[in-house]
Design a protein around this ligand. Structure first.
Ligand SMILES: Cc1cc2nc3c(=O)[nH]c(=O)nc-3n(C[C@H](O)[C@H](O)[C@H](O)COP(=O)(O)OP(=O)(O)OC[C@H]3O[C@@H](n4cnc5c(N)ncnc54)[C@H](O)[C@@H]3O)c2cc1C
Length: 400
């Protein structure tokens, strides 16, 4: 089976940034993509909030990111990831072009905005029909816009849009909003927002740009057209995770992948970056930031794994001192132990158990500092040293 160090699934800003950081760290990096290189930004006419670039077309930004990763010799492959098999240290990425075994995997498969499905939605997408208030709101200064949807996102984004727009209509097919009380009350108190509850959108009108929304009242059957320049559709967003079994990695109730601040998922060596994560803001800049963090964390993970394997688990016998790098007395103990080791004492591998929680778990260590003996990959003894004398005694007990 093909074997790689780092496999990145998805080539949006998160995946491409991860590829840039991965290759620059010297990792053998393969990036897999089933659609267009660059991800969702390809559907964005202008990006005006990427730091340092006042305005750029989405396609140009995607191309620049891809070329950057290519120059650094990241390898690209067009294929669809169908499933991920995670069992202990083994990570197998199954694609429609074969299986790949990876030391670390970054899931950067993004998200998909659900479409509402009414006439004119596809035809006027990017020309007044949009799915992102943070991205496109500032373009509607003093204009009238419509927000379609009645959930939290729709109501909160409608409120956000009133910073720019002179009028915001919330069009929702039910008589009541589905948003929480706080968001609903804020919207109700906002004089720029007009609620059209019990109305359904039938068509977005306009030739080259949005001119209005045709709506119908579900009770009376009355029809009318309201004049707007922009239509913001918020009928749901979902993470692209169909290839993941439900319990493969921990996810939020809505399916977003949960990570820690290193972008690591509940499975060691499997990271998630970008829109697919459970996070507050889904934008190019946050996706790129996630990608950088995930790649550096993957590098750290891979090098730690190599080090631990060769220093602790492959030798017939090894001794490890686990300390916490934020405790001054632990650091002093580690220094004394190292001095003793250098002067001819036993060979001791010092590990920061505060940063490497997983290795602490793997060795079954509950409290730091701890000294452990490992024979042929398995822990055979553990003690809690309070002085270098205890460490010497422990090693004498080994005959070390
Ligand atoms: C219309 C629109 C306008 C926007 N405007 C802006 C803006 O102005 N500014 C801004 O900052 N953000 C904007 N955004 C948001 C921004 O595009 C996203 O936050 C960003 O692209 C997320 O990057 P990502 O890498 O996480 O995911 P994505 O860009 O979604 O990339 C994920 C990639 O993974 C691939 N993939 C998915 N599943 C698989 C699989 N099974 N196998 C292989 N490949 C797979 C997909 O094909 C896709 O290419 C906009 C979004 C949209 C839709």
């Amino acid at each position: 089976m093909e074997k790689r160090q780092l496999v990145i699934i998805g080539s949006g800003p998160a995946g491409l940034t991860a590829a840039i950081y991965g290759t620059r760290s010297g990792l053998d990096t393969l990036i897999l993509e089933s659609g267009l290189w660059g991800g969702q930004v390809n559907n964005t006419a202008e990006i005006e909030n990427y730091p340092g670039i006042k305005t750029i077309s989405g396609m140009d930004l995607a191309t620049a990111m891809r070329e950057h990763a290519e120059d650094l010799k990241a390898e690209f492959r067009n294929c669809e990831v169908e499933s991920l098999f995670l069992d202990g240290d083994s990570k197998i990425v199954r694609t429609d072009k074969g299986d790949i075994s990876a030391d670390a995997v970054i899931i950067a498969t993004g998200s998909t905005n659900r479409k509402a499905g009414f006439k004119g939605e596809d035809e006027l997408a990017g020309r007044g029909v949009t799915y992102c208030a943070v991205c496109d709101g500032p373009m509607y200064q003093d204009a009238s816009v419509a927000v379609i949807g009645g959930g939290n996102t729709a109501v909160e984004e409608a409120d956000y849009l009133t910073q720019f727009a002179s009028k915001v209509y919330i069009i929702h097919r039910r008589e009541e909003l589905r948003a929480n009380n706080m968001a609903t009350e804020r919207a109700l108190l906002n004089p720029k927002i007009e609620m059209l509850l019990g109305w359904v959108t039938e068509e977005i009108s306009g030739q080259d740009a949005v001119q209005g929304v045709k709506i119908r009242n579900l009770k009376s059957g009355d029809r009318k057209e309201i004049a707007v320049e922009g239509v913001f559709v918020f009928v749901g967003t979902k993470p692209n995770v169909d290839f993941l079994k439900d319990d493969a990695v921990k996810r939020s109730p809505n399916g977003w992948i949960e990570t820690d601040e290193m972008m690591e998922t509940s499975v060691e060596g499997v990271f998630a970056a970008g829109d697919v994560r459970d996070k507050f803001l889904r934008q190019v800049v946050t996706a790129a930031g996630d990608g950088a963090t995930a790649a550096m964390a993957a590098y750290d993970y891979i090098s730690n794994q190599h080090f631990l394997k060769s220093a602790l688990f492959e030798p017939e016998r090894a001794v490890a001192l686990l300390i916490s790098s934020i405790e001054g007395d632990h650091l002093a103990l580690a220094r004394e132990a190292e001095d003793w080791a250098k002067s001819g004492g036993a060979r001791i591998v010092t590990i920061d158990g505060h940063r490497n929680l997983r290795i602490k778990e793997k060795l079954g260590v509950r409290e730091l500092p701890a000294i452990v003996e490992i024979r042929s990959g398995r822990k055979t003894r553990e003690a809690k040293p309070s002085s270098v004398g205890d460490i010497k005694d422990f090693c004498r007990g080994l005959g070390a």
